[in-house]
Design a protein around this ligand. Structure first.
Ligand SMILES: [Zn+2]
Ligand SMILES: [Zn+2]
Length: 175
């Protein structure tokens, strides 16, 4: 999976301002409307429910990042955030400092959505070198739709704490 660009460019389909997005098996520069049209088209073709069917279990996929007696840790966050959370966990494990540290030195206790609509990682054990990764994840979550995973076109409504893209914000989606 390539790193997502922070530069605004143009949607490949309609010419709206857009960023590079992660789709099922590719990255494309798409606005939230074209992103969701493409996402739903691929889901229909492949009978998938991406990103809902990612269902990231941290204990299962990253056993070295939870306590040894933790059998399952499924974060209570929107499916759109599973992608950026997975990228975060992979980056932490890939850091040379992780390999040099004793086992069990980093333990995630839970993952939540804060009241301001950002992702928040709780730790049993924590080391300072993780902080830049965590800050990047928090910033990214604030601009990532927690339902579909689109980045950059967040609509915030009143006190609503969850970031949603224009497509997922549409009243018809709530029916
Ligand atoms: Zn577009
Ligand atoms: Zn969305």
């Amino acid at each position: 999976m390539s790193d997502l660009s922070e530069t605004n460019t143009i949607c490949a389909c309609c010419g709206n301002t857009a960023r590079l997005q992660q789709l099922q098996n590719s990255t494309q520069t798409l606005c939230c409307w074209c992103f969701n049209r493409e996402r739903l088209r691929i889901n229909t073709e492949t009978s998938a429910h991406w990103p809902t069917d990612i269902e990231l279990d941290i204990a299962e996929h990253y056993p070295d990042l939870v306590s040894p007696n933790c059998a399952s840790l499924r974060p209570t966050i929107g499916p759109g955030w599973s992608i950026i959370l997975d990228q975060f966990l992979r980056s932490v494990e890939a850091d040379p400092k992780f390999a040099k540290s004793p086992p069990g030195h980093l333990q995630i206790s839970d993952v939540k959505t804060t009241r301001v609509g950002e992702i928040s990682i709780g730790w049993h054990w924590y080391f300072d070198w993780v902080e830049p990764y965590e800050e990047r994840l928090e910033k990214l979550s604030a601009i990532t739709c927690c339902l579909c995973g689109h980045q950059g076109d967040i609509v915030r409504q009143g006190n609503r704490s969850e970031p949603l893209c224009g497509f997922c914000q549409m009243p018809t989606r709530k029916a």
